[in-house]
Structures are given as C-alpha cells and as structure tokens.
Write a protein that binds this ligand. Structure first.
Ligand SMILES: [Zn+2]
Length: 104
C-alpha cells in the first residue's frame, strides 16, 4: 500500500510507513500504556494507568497501597508495569523555558 504522506510503497497490511513512520490505516491509539513524566510519585505507573483508563489517579494509588497492605502483590504488579510500560513521549520542546528574567 502507498503511504498517503510520502507516497512510498509499503508492504500490504502495514500499519505504519517504513519510510516516514506515519500511520497509514488508523490514527495512532490516543491512549497508550505509558508512564507519566510529570505529576508522578514513583515511576509514573499509577498516573499512566489513570490516564489510560480515565480513572482518578488517587483511586489507583489507594488501590495500590491497599494491595501492598493485603499481601504485597501490588508491588509485583507495579514493578511489572514499570518494566512493561514505556515512558511517555517527551513533550514538544516548544514549551517556554522557565523565565530567568526579572529575578536579578
Ligand atoms: Zn510515508
């Protein structure tokens, strides 16, 4: 199939263009399993899951704490998710840097 972005030929059934890595069939999944970079407490797993499933992060953290108290399997689950979940992509560098002006 032909990439709609760069017009290069790709293998039939491919979902991403091998040349420009654009998605050719569906838009990329909006919510991936990624660990949060900001507003996180440990590895960002809870926050990432909260974003993924649209649930309050406080509820996830509460559940995690309870699971630790009730046998500790939550620690294993957390470590497994920590390893399995990639870190979310870095935000665009267009964010303004912290203003240093006016602090003299
Ligand atoms: Zn392409």
């Amino acid at each position: 199939m032909t990439c709609p972005y760069c017009r290069s030929q790709n293998q039939p059934g491919s979902t991403r263009c091998a040349a420009c890595t654009s998605w050719m069939v569906d838009p990329p999944p909006v919510r991936e399993w990624t660990r949060a970079r900001s507003q996180r407490m440990l590895a960002g797993v809870c926050r990432g899951l909260a974003t993924r499933f649209g649930v309050p992060v406080a509820a996830l953290r509460l559940g995690f704490v309870l699971s630790v108290l009730l046998g500790g399997w939550g620690i294993l689950a957390y470590l497994a998710l920590w390893i399995a979940m990639p870190l979310e992509p870095a935000p665009p560098a267009a964010l303004p840097a912290p203003a240093a002006a006016g602090t003299a």
